[in-house]
Write a protein that binds this ligand. Sequence first.
Ligand code: ZN
Length: 159
Amino acid sequence: MVLSGPQRVISFNYTLKDSSGQIIDQSAEGPMSFLTGVGQIIPKLEEELKGMMISQKKNVKLAAADAYGLPDPKMVMDVPKADLAHLKIEVGGFLQLNLGQTMKVVRIAKISEESVTLDGNHPLAGQDLEFDVEVMNSREATAEEVAHGHAHGPGGHHH
Ligand code: ZN
């Protein structure tokens, strides 16, 4: 991990929209806080936020490749419907797969007669996104936050 300059904790409000202007997500319960330099948020968005001042607002447009990436066809797989017979499944629902050491959340993309198509890509992969952001606070990270690799306090981590 290469860090340039002291790490900061930035708190910001955001509204996330897709390319048609539809709101996908927003910071509803107070601003979100993150520690810079650890890849906690989309890198391009972090770059923009780092260059902003407190109470500054900005509209940030991200192409899919700079947001959650492009869908990877290798992350899409068909499984026999019979294998999932014990589960209640519907298109758009999510399944948690137990892959030995790790858990993987996949979206149910298609259900056909014999098989079910599971998609392990991020739900927003392939989408151009637009963030309306407002920086609410920006401060130097504490030694403890740097050691933990995350922000503490409101909007961050609680121990
Ligand atoms: Zn911590």
